[in-house]
Design a protein around this ligand. Sequence first.
Ligand code: MN
Ligand code: MN
Length: 298
Amino acid sequence: MILRIDRLGAELPPPSDPDPEGANAVQELMGGRFGEMSTLMNYTFQSLNFRGRQSVRPFYDLVANIAAKEYGHIGAGGAAITSMLTGADAREIVASGAPAHALKAGKGVLPIDSGGAPWTGDYVFSSGDLGENLTHNFFLETGARNGKLKVYETVDHPAARALTGYLIVRGGVHQVAYARALELLTGADLTKTFPMPRIPTDKIPECRPHLERGSHLTLYRFTPDDYKEVVAVFKGTHPETGGELRVEHPAPEGFPWPEEPAEKDVFAPDYAPGEIAEIAEKLRRDAGFKDDVGRRAA
Ligand code: MN
Ligand code: MN
């Protein structure tokens, strides 16, 4: 089961100038072959399939725990795309090359790639062979980081930059994790054989805050009681920086969603959003909620 926390792993700026073309580019990181839906579903299905789970527990814990993290990346990616579409003219979105963002999604994210193709289960590799799966996952993370760097370079919207800065660093942790697991299983060190992608994260301003808090060295656990044996695999030094790898629980508290106002020209959340808000406000009051809408106590 997944414990869902209503926060984002990355701090995204509030909606600013809309960027429908940029939002379409970021879709590649959501629904593309190397996107977050692919990493989530690859590791999820591999963990569902895991035979001999108890006897090879550290490897199972690694794959299953990273799957949970990928769910969080979908949250951050979805929030960034929706934020970039906020305030855009629906006609402009239709003309921008991704009309479905307005016509299907009410100026929101979709499970599609940058060409509009739907994400597909064909992107999932889960053969049951642990060595194959780990090798596949290393290259999946490699492609994912390359994709993020391309989006970083081609989209200058601040939400896209904040998202990709975060994901490039976090994807690096997963690359290291799968390489280390394979090294411990077979003796082959993929980080030496295939040192890629070569991303100078310390030169990317949006990566730096994550590096400064050691995020590139840290695998977070998303449950108080499970996946503890991940420490038997995720250990040693980082192949690029030499820092000591570590596993932490709980994960950082995260950040609130950017506030996404109603968009009347696509009827989101309704043709008359004020009416829904009134109904919701009455329901909240009747249920005893006070002014602090959906916020955590400070
Ligand atoms: Mn990811
Ligand atoms: Mn990943």
